[in-house]
Design a protein around this ligand. Structure first.
Ligand SMILES: Cc1cc2nc3c(=O)[nH]c(=O)nc-3n(C[C@H](O)[C@H](O)[C@H](O)COP(=O)(O)OP(=O)(O)OC[C@H]3O[C@@H](n4cnc5c(N)ncnc54)[C@H](O)[C@@H]3O)c2cc1C
Length: 487
């Protein structure tokens, strides 16, 4: 029997970007939606807080939102009307080396190419060939990569061209660059995929995020990423939805008994979903969810820095994101060590300087900085000294400027975020098996095998990031099933 959304009750478990996007999509379609969140505050990976000093706004997790700007979900709702505004730094990202040189990505492709031309004219042309085609057709490319890996493309040519490039190991692409600074710039972007660059498909993250940098930029949310979560809550409330915090859901049976929900969307890790669904889930899927792998974790270091980080590479001071990972061979060795379960000699450290784009996040000349290093998932040591040594090597004099420092181990990241099992901020290893097949092999990764219950977290397509597209995809699948009498 077909059903309409009106009169349908839905509970969304978890208020990360995936959960809130699902809730907004269902509520806008007419469902009666309640979001239940374990933490005392909403937002999951979008939360912001004064982590170091009063008045300094730090992003707990996601700070940069290249894939969130005007995508299929965010472009369909008045988030700006509910307080969301994007801000960009003069430079999108920088990759300094310890000798004070480096390379940068600016939003405008032509400006970036002109800058790279001063390092190597040949590399500048290669950069244009690498990113130009996808940047020219970004709307079509984004529409394709924002959907499950296995799907019928609406823009087959754009997808084929992007897919052919994305399949290459990032290290192979790096060999096309003769200047090590340009190769390192490329590998630093690709490192957001959390995999050794010699592996197939490691160009995918670099291409998607690099192209986005040239089209939408890597913006921050004015006032903190929390504002993005709050804007989604505002839209949700405007459609009659509600959020209840401080309640961890542990059992589907209990949730359904308490709420009578027709639809349940889980913004949880697959492992937690397996526990919540229990025997209701078919054995095969339950084993797959319970065995979801987490390989790379993050060791977080948040700083309050007087006057900002004194990078020796001056353009890095004007960039929102700085990749501290060194030359190409150092980056590759670091990723290999993490994959082998070891702490690298020189860890890859991603440094967020949100205040460069959004100065009001600082106070009295002291600015918040949020950095994290890639470490093996579950690493339980203290990496503070090593991270600070890496930063100091690229920014001599930093230590004297630090007014406060707060660290977060992978275990603490999991405690704060639940879904980030063992500190894995990708909500699952982005290896070929999990990337291509997802938590549920087939055309749609969202159904859990339990009628009316869907997974909407970053473990589903199109994967990690605070873009909201996982929740949007899951909610649309739920609405389609509802209309077809299958939910
Ligand atoms: C340090 C760090 C930096 C990052 N940087 C970026 C970045 O710059 N840009 C970017 O796009 N992404 C970034 N990410 C990744 C991004 O934050 C995640 O991909 C995104 O938040 C995933 O969204 P989600 O909705 O799947 O889950 P989450 O954001 O993890 O939200 C899940 C929510 O559900 C709640 N929950 C889970 N289980 C239950 C339960 N059983 N009952 C009730 N509530 C539950 C959790 O408390 C949480 O609030 C970063 C992550 C980290 C940790």
């Amino acid at each position: 029997m077909t059903r309409s959304a009106a009169g349908t009750t839905a509970v969304v478990v978890g208020s990360g970007p995936g959960g809130l996007a699902a809730a907004v999509t269902l509520a806008a379609a007419g469902c009666d939606v309640t979001v239940v969140e374990a933490a005392e505050t909403v937002g999951g990976g979008l939360r912001s807080a004064e982590l170091t000093l009063p008045g300094l706004v730090h992003d707990h997790c996601a700070g940069f939102h290249p894939l969130a700007v005007d995508n299929a979900f965010t472009g369909s709702h008045d988030l700006a009307g509910h307080g969301l505004a994007w801000a960009r730094a003069p430079i999108e990202m920088a990759h300094p080396l310890t000798d004070g040189t480096g390379a940068v990505v600016e939003r405008d492709l032509a400006t970036t190419v002109a800058g790279l031309d001063t390092l190597s004219p040949r590399d500048a042309r290669t950069w244009r060939r690498l990113f130009g085609p996808a940047a020219d057709r970004w709307d079509a490319v984004r529409a394709e990569i924002g959907r499950p890996v296995v799907h019928l493309p609406r823009h087959p040519l754009a997808l084929a061209s992007f897919g052919a490039r994305a399949a290459a190991p990032a290290a192979l692409v790096a060999r096309a660059f003769e200047d090590r600074r340009v190769a390192a710039l490329w590998l630093g972007i690709a490192a957001h995929g959390f995999r050794p660059p010699s592996e197939p498909f490691t160009s995918a993250a670099g291409l998607a995020l690099g192209t986005a940098a040239h089209v939408t930029g890597w913006p921050v949310a004015v006032g903190g990423s929390q504002r993005y979560a709050d804007a989604m809550v505002g839209v949700l409330r405007s459609h009659g939805g509600r959020v209840e915090t401080g309640q961890r859901v542990t059992s589907l049976a209990e949730l359904r008994a308490a709420t009578g929900a027709d639809l349940v969307l889980l913004d949880t890790s697959p492992r937690d979903a397996a526990r919540i669904l229990g025997d209701a889930q078919p054995d095969r899927l339950r084993r797959r969810y319970a065995g979801w792998r987490h390989l790379v974790g993050a060791f977080g270091v948040s700083l309050a820095v007087e006057g900002g980080i004194p990078w020796a590479h001056e353009p890095s001071r004007r960039s929102a994101v700085v990749h501290v990972g060194g030359a190409p061979d150092v980056l590759a060795a670091s990723a290999r060590a993490v994959r082998a379960g070891r702490v690298p000699e020189h860890p890859f450290v991603l440094v967020g300087q949100q205040a460069v784009a959004d100065p009001a996040r600082g106070r009295d000349g002291v600015v918040p900085v949020d950095a994290y290093a890639h470490v093996p998932a579950g690493f339980d040591g203290d990496l503070t000294a090593l991270v600070m040594a890496e930063l100091e090597a690229h920014a001599p004099g930093l230590r004297e400027r630090v007014r406060a420092l707060v660290t977060r181990t992978p275990a603490e990241t999991e405690r704060d975020g639940i879904n980030f099992v063992d500190g894995d901020i990708s909500t699952g290893a982005v290896d070929a098996r999990q990337l291509l097949l997802g938590p549920r092999p087939g055309r749609s990764p969202y159904p859990t095998g339990v009628p009316g219950v869907y997974l909407c977290s970053a473990a589903t397509a199109p994967g990690p990031g605070a873009h909201g597209l996982t929740g949007y995809g899951a909610a649309r699948r739920a609405l389609t099933d509802l209309a077809g009498g299958r939910a």
